[in-house]
Design a protein around this ligand. Structure first.
Ligand SMILES: *[C@@H]1O[C@H](CO)[C@@H](O)[C@H](O)[C@H]1NC(C)=O
Ligand SMILES: *[C@@H]1O[C@H](CO)[C@@H](O)[C@H](O)[C@H]1NC(C)=O
Ligand SMILES: *[C@@H]1O[C@H](CO)[C@@H](O)[C@H](O)[C@H]1NC(C)=O
Ligand SMILES: *[C@@H]1O[C@H](CO)[C@@H](O)[C@H](O)[C@H]1NC(C)=O
Ligand SMILES: *[C@@H]1O[C@H](CO)[C@@H](O)[C@H](O)[C@H]1NC(C)=O
Ligand SMILES: *[C@@H]1O[C@H](CO)[C@@H](O)[C@H](O)[C@H]1NC(C)=O
Length: 417
């Protein structure tokens, strides 16, 4: 039983004689930039490699990132040239990752000249509905406020670098938009390279690379119909153009004005159980909202975003769609009744108030008795004398209480009789 073991041991020993033998390093490693930031490293095969070795090249960035083993003597990457980036290259005789490669050779590329602080910051681009791209940025530090910025962009279907035409201000940001269309089924899958610099060459250029399947903000969808069926609310809407339904995620907001509820439904797969809506209309989507009260007013809005099925990121929601309402507003006869009742109540209240005020006035300012009338009855036509006396009488009685004057009048009446 010792023999097979020995044989095996010898075989392993033999293999390792080859595998530990490392190749000489690659030669003439150089780097160049095309377009805005397509960086290409090229090298020549090592001198004096063993003739039985089929050469492979291992390459990776600074800290062993993006390792690749290829037979080609070049490597191209799109890298935003905002910082120094270095590629290390070695040769080996197989694709085996655990094979020890030759001594690694390194070549770096530095950002363009200029003060790093002067470069624009927060350079961000959003691809609106796969129709146009809008980039925004903030001025760098210590830059003149009248700096004239230019934005250049490039992607593989363009064939050349273009300049963004109209740059405008948006609050503190500076922005520029350019047309960039991806229609359904097109195989546009190139990243977009962006560079922002100034006309005078006083600031350091800033770079950004927007992958073809990220930073996409769809247009809002359009609600087509709302309907109640068996106590459920069915919402039907049309997706924004340029998107497959399966590539979008949805949010349906239902506000109930009476119950004052605000519900948001996350729709991953939009489909109605109801067969009526399954007529496969292009871009039409249906969703069933359970437990909505039909006899109250419900307001519905929808928004969409790209999902991980087709896109690299899923961060940007579209704007909300226009709101649509269904259900009954508060009972209209109730409104009419209130419309009629309110003036009646107000009028009644005013009358009561006036009456109350009158009473109050009676209590505070007792009415002055008018004995003149009584005298008129008593004496018929009056002469100047009686008038004089009457005036005097009134003056005297003014401060007395109402009852007193009544008593006085009574006694006067009696006396006259
Ligand atoms: C490296 O480049 C130089 C000049 O471009 C050339 O003469 C030399 O042969 C190259 N070395 C190899 C190994 O190809
Ligand atoms: C290369 O392989 C051939 C046969 O395939 C062999 O005769 C030769 O000795 C090998 N050379 C080295 C350096 O291993
Ligand atoms: C790679 O090499 C190691 C030994 O160095 C070996 O064990 C392994 O099987 C090899 N893998 C492949 C895919 O050849
Ligand atoms: C920017 O352009 C305007 C008008 O073309 C010019 O007056 C201004 O001096 C420029 N700013 C700089 C910093 O060159
Ligand atoms: C989204 O809303 C913002 C702010 O109201 C508006 O400026 C923008 O035009 C809207 N976008 C679309 C695609 O409707
Ligand atoms: C629904 O209610 C929420 C929270 O009260 C509010 O923010 C939103 O604007 C409402 N939606 C509509 C369409 O009024």
């Amino acid at each position: 039983s010792a023999l097979p073991f020995t044989g095996h041991g010898i075989w392993v020993y033999f293999l390792c004689l080859i595998c530990t033998e490392t190749q000489p390093p690659v030669t003439n490693l150089s780097v160049s930039v095309e377009n805005l930031c397509t960086v290409t490293w090229t090298w020549n095969p090592p001198e004096g490699a063993s003739p039985n070795c089929s050469l492979w090249y291992l390459s990776h960035f600074g800290n062993k990132q993006d390792k690749k083993i290829t037979p080609e003597t070049h490597r191209s990457e799109e890298v935003p040239l905002n910082e120094r980036i270095c590629l290390q290259v070695g040769s080996q005789c197989s694709t085996n990752e655990s094979e020890k490669p030759s001594i690694l050779v390194e070549k770096c590329i530095s950002p363009p000249e200029g003060d790093p602080e002067s470069a624009v910051t927060e350079l961000q681009c959003v691809w609106h509905n796969l129709r146009y791209m809008k980039c925004t940025w903030l001025p760098g530090r210590n830059t003149s406020p009248d700096t004239n910025y230019t934005l250049y962009y490039w992607h593989s279907s363009l064939g050349q670098i273009l300049q963004c035409e109209n740059i405008y201000r948006e609050d503190q940001h500076i922005a520029c938009s350019f047309a960039l269309t991806k229609v359904k089924d097109s195989n546009f899958d190139s990243s977009v390279q962006i560079m922002v610099k100034d006309n005078a060459g006083k600031i350091r250029p800033a770079f950004s690379i927007v992958p073809s399947s990220s930073h996409v903000k769809p247009d809002p969808p359009h609600i087509k119909s709302l309907s109640f069926q068996n106590g459920d609310l069915y919402v039907q809407w049309k997706n924004p153009q340029n998107f497959y339904s399966r590539c979008l995620s949805y949010q349906v907001e239902v506000n109930n004005t009476q119950a004052k509820t605000h519900d948001i439904f996350y729709v991953e797969e939009a489909k109605c159980q109801n067969s009526e809506f399954e007529g496969n209309l292009e871009g039409m989507i249906c969703f069933m909202v359970p437990g909505v009260l039909p006899d109250t007013l419900n307001t519905v809005r929808i928004r969409v975003k790209t999902n991980k099925l087709c896109y690299e990121d899923d961060k940007l929601w579209s704007n909300w769609s226009q709101a649509m309402s269904i259900g009954q507003k508060a009972n209209p006869t109730f409104y009419i009744t209130t419309l009629l009742i309110i003036p009646v109540i107000v009028a009644a209240a005013i009358i009561v108030l006036l009456l109350y005020l009158k009473r109050l006035k009676i209590i505070i300012f007792p009415p002055i008795p008018d004995p003149g009338k009584i005298f008129k009855e008593m004496f018929g036509d009056q002469n100047d004398d009686t008038l004089h006396w009457k005036k005097y009488d009134i003056y005297e009685k003014q401060t007395k209480e109402e009852t007193d004057s009544v008593v006085l009048i009574e006694s006067l009446k009696r006396a006259a009789q």
